[in-house]
Design a protein around this ligand. Sequence first.
Ligand code: SF4
Ligand code: SF4
Length: 353
Amino acid sequence: MLPEQALAAGRWVKLICGASNQDLAAIEDLCGIYTLAGVDCIDLAADGAVVAAARRGMAWALERGAPPPWLMLSLSDGADPHFRKAWFDPERCPPGCPRPCQRVCPALAIGTSAGVFEERCYGCGRCLPVCPWGLIEERDHQLAPPAVAPLLRALQPQAVEIHTRPGRATAFAERLAQVKASGLALERLAVSCGLEPATAEHDPGLGPIRPERLAEELWQRFALLRRNGFKPLWQLDGRPMSGDVGAGTARAAVLLLERILAMAPPGPIQLAGGTNGLTLALCQGLAKRSGRPRGGAAGVAFGGVARRRLQPHLLKAQRRQTRLLDDRELVEVALKDARALVTPWRTEDGGHL
Ligand code: SF4
Ligand code: SF4
């Protein structure tokens, strides 16, 4: 099934590698395994080295008969946790600190005595509040406007995603113009948005966001996409950067879908933010209430949960000093774990849950 057909059938699955994740070895392995597991799209940081690593992983899977997924590059129209990295100066850490920052980091981006390994940090933010001395800062990691068009032309993605927030229509239009200037004929222009307001700096009068306001903002984005000849794909970000795998985080995106579906502009809606292995069952519950297949969801994106499933195998590969994709035993177990997440969405009845 081609990606467009998967969207139409409500069976689209996207792997999110992380808009600021630059861990090249892990990205190559993740992309190889999840391409072979059947994802329709891989969402990556807009970075040449990251795309090259992803393409190496995808090529490995294509050699084994997998169809090529779309390559989607993520941009943002303003401050966004997906586009930040943590930073601290390890020289300032008091001796004897029990290093809670290292313990909470899901990406193993903080070493036993070093600071943050920048390429591994994907900005989840868990380390930020745990330092008893407040030494950890967040640093923005965005592309400068003049860099967007040439980079997209060089990297040739099939899709681009712009992370936006209510209150940032003007900034969105500017980012969109930079994408348009690349001249690329994209399959889809994805818009990622949730109920989080823009910062006061963008819209000082903005209160808490209601679904009606979000729908209004999506209609504004829709008008811009149409005017510029882009086909939309709406990514509802239920709980951005939650990194959790529980029912609570999965419910946030499905609840948002339920509240916004009747008001949303045309185009497929895909869930993200806290999505996990429970998301499909929740969509099936919504399908019963709404009478719409999969509750109206065209598909799902898996980020933290997809990475976490493969983490033990990636670590084993690291210890064996090999690429996971070159270790037959690890490929077998990693593929089984990846398929357990992807296959239920790809099958008509949702597979066995
Ligand atoms: S906890 Fe999150 S933000 Fe902090 S270093 Fe690890 S990945 Fe980066
Ligand atoms: S918790 Fe703070 S002081 Fe301790 S190692 Fe981490 S950054 Fe340094």
